[in-house]
Design a protein around this ligand. Structure first.
Ligand SMILES: Cc1cc2nc3c(=O)[nH]c(=O)nc-3n(C[C@H](O)[C@H](O)[C@H](O)COP(=O)(O)OP(=O)(O)OC[C@H]3O[C@@H](n4cnc5c(N)ncnc54)[C@H](O)[C@@H]3O)c2cc1C
Length: 284
């Protein structure tokens, strides 16, 4: 490292704040109260990220008479769901190449289910009027070196031969520059339908609002401390209360699972989201 480099980096961070860009918003909803005292319900959902919120919402939509409670240890959306990149992709396999390499026999089913899932996400956002800037932008993989352009073309031919290129188009240098006018782009693969972009925190907050509107009881600042069998159901203890539920759904992601034997299967992965300075309309 060049002398002085460290001090330049640290100086450049003097104005930085360790907050999620998306969560740092005046439109942030008021927090729900913590659980105090005992409650009973049909379904208890633990965790207020997308997994928990969507589980509670679907459970209530399928059977409005089902009594659903959701407990969140901090505030809805504060974790990965409120601080991700905002890419909402249909792929269930983190990309077609990965899916094809690992599950070649099931890839057609996985792709079909993934497309249906993204459609269902879009429908839910519309049905509950969730204001999260959901937009089917599509996605372009670009080549910046001639060998990458060749790779993209042969990859396209391979997936087309397998019947997996529906909605995907190979773009030559001219076509890719029509989409994004950068001299560094030599070719691209354009997936028109398979990716949407959205504001992740607003999606989580909108799901919370939809849950509340359907009658889900949401308690924030309420970590579930223990999970035990209780008769035919389950009992969960929280700092100031307890929940008895016929069923419990865990949406606790990377946090230590309430089911100990599940813990060794959780592999935390880190990732970054970078923000540019605000862009003008012309730059956009
Ligand atoms: C920087 C970054 C970028 C990413 N980019 C993308 C992207 O562009 N596209 C994409 O699809 N994915 C992306 N991801 C991944 C995505 O954000 C996560 O997969 C998703 O948000 C997980 O949702 P979740 O509900 O399972 O978990 P989380 O959002 O982590 O929610 C889990 C919740 O459970 C709560 N909880 C845990 N234990 C308890 C307990 N005992 N009691 C009560 N509550 C508890 C936590 O407080 C937390 O709120 C990214 C992730 C990161 C970190």
């Amino acid at each position: 490292m060049a002398p002085g480099a460290m001090s330049r980096w640290t100086t450049s961070l003097s104005e930085a704040r360790p907050v999620s860009y998306w969560l740092d918003e005046p439109g942030r909803p008021a927090r729900e109260p913590a659980l105090t005292g005992p409650v009973t319900c049909d379904l208890l959902v633990v965790g207020g990220g997308y997994s928990g919120l969507w589980t509670a919402l679907i459970a209530k939509e399928r059977d409005p008479s089902r009594d659903v409670v959701l407990v969140e240890g901090r505030e809805v959306g504060w974790a990965a769901s409120g601080r991700n990149g905002g890419f909402c992709a249909a792929s269930l396999t983190h990309g077609l190449a990965n899916g094809l390499a690992r599950w070649p026999g099931e890839i057609h089913t996985l792709e079909r289910l993934g497309a249906r899932n993204l459609d269902a996400i879009e429908e839910t956002v519309a049905r509950h009027s969730i204001d999260c800037d959901f937009e089917r932008t599509g996605e372009i993989d670009v080549a910046t070196e001639p060998y990458q352009a060749e790779e993209l073309r042969s990859w396209y031919e391979e997936i087309a031969a397998l019947g997996l290129a529906d909605g995907i188009e190979f773009l030559d240098a001219h076509a890719v520059r029509e989409q994004v006018d950068s001299p560094t782009f030599l070719a691209g693969l354009h997936d028109r339908r398979g990716v949407a972009m959205l504001n992740p925190a607003r999606l989580a907050w909108g799901l919370k609002r939809a849950c509340l509107a359907l009658g889900v009881r949401v308690y924030e600042h309420t970590p579930a401390l223990t999970l035990k069998r209780y008769g035919a159901g389950m009992a969960v203890r929280t700092p100031y209360g307890a929940v008895r539920a016929r069923r419990v759904a865990l949406g606790t992601n990377v946090f230590p699972s309430l089911v100990r034997r599940v813990r060794p299967y959780t592999v935390p992965v880190y990732d970054y989201a970078l923000m540019t300075e605000p862009l003008t309309d012309a730059q956009l």
